[in-house]
Design a protein around this ligand. Structure first.
Ligand SMILES: [Zn+2]
Length: 531
């Protein structure tokens, strides 16, 4: 049976740009559009041309793409003609393949927010769709507050949708603008809409306010809708939009959808979805969500010892899909409860093969247990685990010694009489016969220490120039009267690889120092720096 085509509409650059703390530059927007095109979404909604300079410039500088670049804006203002509304004119002039209008479909909003009549709102929809069609654009209508509007006055909500449909809009998109609608309601209401508008002209735009935006999107598909709107990593205002990074693998890998529907995302592109998801986090300077479905680092991680031995024998027993399909990998966690099989599997992952009866495996396991008992967390610090294992095997070259370091924090008045806190670190390093002293100031003591440590490594300096810290976390572990501090650091380099290291001490600077040192040594080792 031929599969039905399902369309993906991404609004990361429009709705996603509303996220608290997200501020895309033009270069960010162009880069994200490229990522979305590589992924294979059908539509990329890029913003409101005419509303702000970045969005206006996006449409001037956009590159040619497979995806249809979509401009977003309002239908003509009440009481004006289409040609006499500057906002609408700017929208029509933008170099877009498609135009998505947003219009009210809740009678209450028409009267209160728009302060106009129900008929004038319908006329505004009709005129706007007509004007965009006359310009040769594909047209979409976002019916704002559709589900709440439908519950209040289904006849009027449907008239808004039907007006756009009869005027020739390609897609009528039902928006759960407040994000409070539940899946069974979405399924029922979309089912009713599909009785009067063919499902292959209906789209769903769900928000995540009850954490069901993905479920609501699938409910709409089950009821007949054939376009899903969403964002990368579920970006979006308040609790976010439907997460395309969760929706796409489900559509591709779950037979209920994969057997019935076809999307424009290839198997190869699906294999790159983790990289694309993490690429967006990188642009936003955020650490990826470790527990994200499909692409999170913990999505295919197993802890208990018995599971680990079973998973090596038959992965299907504990995994709902093969992690490689989405570019992820299986991860067996080394932890206090873990057995020998976990350690062996972790060793295999880093390319060390030892016989399970090798005494070194027992020694490593004992060492991991001992260190975890005092606060180390190797399951969250892959690079520190690798160093621990390779040190035991004599595979970590001795690069340099830190002979001493000194960190101080000073609070004083600056030249303008303002109170400032200044941190300075001095580090004395020995590399072979060479002794190096570096001094650095930082925003805080750990930052100063990090800068001083990495300032001058002598002959190794060129190996660490691409090293950057992307995350720094501190946790105070309750050890009764002797509380200890655990520091976890995430680093990355020019190759895009991420790794994590750990340090534990009663002193936060010392714990940070250990984690920083592990990160530098790991980088030197993986870059093949000579001993
Ligand atoms: Zn929205």
């Amino acid at each position: 049976m031929p599969r039905e085509r399902l369309y993906l509409f991404d609004t990361t650059l429009r709705d996603g740009a509303q996220t608290n703390g997200v501020d895309f530059t033009l270069a960010d927007k162009l880069a994200i559009a490229g990522m979305l095109d590589e992924l294979g979404v059908d539509y990329v909604e890029a913003g409101y041309p005419g509303a702000n300079p970045i969005d206006t410039n996006f449409f001037l500088e956009r590159r040619s793409m497979r995806a249809r670049v979509t401009a977003f804006g309002m239908t003509r203002r009440p009481g004006r003609s289409a040609s006499n509304d500057p906002g609408l004119v700017a929208l029509l002039e933008a170099q877009a393949d498609a135009i998505c209008f947003v219009a009210k479909s809740w009678d209450y909003h028409v009267r209160i927010a728009l302060e106009t009549t129900e008929d004038e709102n319908l006329a505004s929809i009709r005129d706007s769709v007509r004007a965009a069609k006359a310009k040769g654009r594909e047209v979409l209508l976002d019916c704002e507050h559709f589900f709440d509007g439908y519950k209040a006055n289904s006849t009027y909500a449907l008239s808004c949708a039907k007006t756009a449909y009869h005027e020739g809009a390609r897609w009528i998109v039902l928006c759960d603008t407040n994000g409070g609608t539940l899946p069974h309601e979405v399924e029922e209401i979309v089912g009713e809409v599909c009785k009067v508008i063919p499902g292959d002209r209906v789209g769903i735009h769900a928000h995540n306010d009850t954490e069901q935006a993905v479920a609501n999107s699938f409910a709409a598909i089950r009821a007949g809708a054939r376009q899903i709107q969403g964002t990368l990593n579920g970006l979006g205002e308040r609790c976010g939009n439907a997460n395309l990074v969760s929706i796409i693998p489900t559509l591709k890998l779950k037979p209920e959808y994969a057997d019935k529907f076809e999307i424009n995302v290839s198997d190869a592109a699906l294999g790159r979805i983790l990289r694309i998801s993490h690429g967006l986090d990188e642009l936003l300077n955020r650490a990826p969500d470790r527990h994200a479905p499909y692409v999170g680092e913990s999505a295919f991680a197993t802890k208990a010892g018995i599971h680990a031995s079973a998973i090596v024998k038959e992965p299907k027993t504990y995994e709902h899909i093969a992690p490689e399909r989405v570019g992820n990998k299986r991860k067996l966690l080394v932890s206090d409860q873990a057995g020998r099989s976990n350690v062996l599997a972790e060793l295999e992952r880093i390319g060390v093969s030892l016989d399970k009866n090798d005494p070194r495996v027992t020694r490593l396991l004992d060492e991991v247990k001992e260190r975890e008992a005092i606060g180390y967390a190797y399951e969250a610090a892959d690079a520190s685990f690798e160093l621990l294992a390779r040190r035991m095997l004599g595979q970590v070259p001795h690069y340099f010694d830190v002979e001493k370091f000194d960190v101080n924090v000073e609070q004083r008045n600056n030249a303008k009489g303002q109170r400032v806190t200044v941190s300075q670190a001095v580090v004395k390093i020995r590399v072979g016969d060479e002794e190096l002293i570096s001094v650095a100031e930082g925003t805080g003591p750990v930052n100063a220490l990090d800068l001083a440590l990495r300032k001058d490594l002598g002959k190794y300096q060129s190996f660490i120039t691409g090293l950057t810290l992307t995350d720094y976390r501190v946790r105070i572990l309750d050890g009764g009267t002797q509380a200890v501090t655990r520091v976890l650091i995430e680093s990355t380099d020019e190759t895009g690889e991420h790794w994590r290291t750990v340090g534990v001490s009663a002193n936060i600077i010392d714990a940070s120092f250990q984690a920083l040192m592990d990160s530098i040594v790991y980088k030197l080792m993986k870059s093949g720096a000579p001993a």
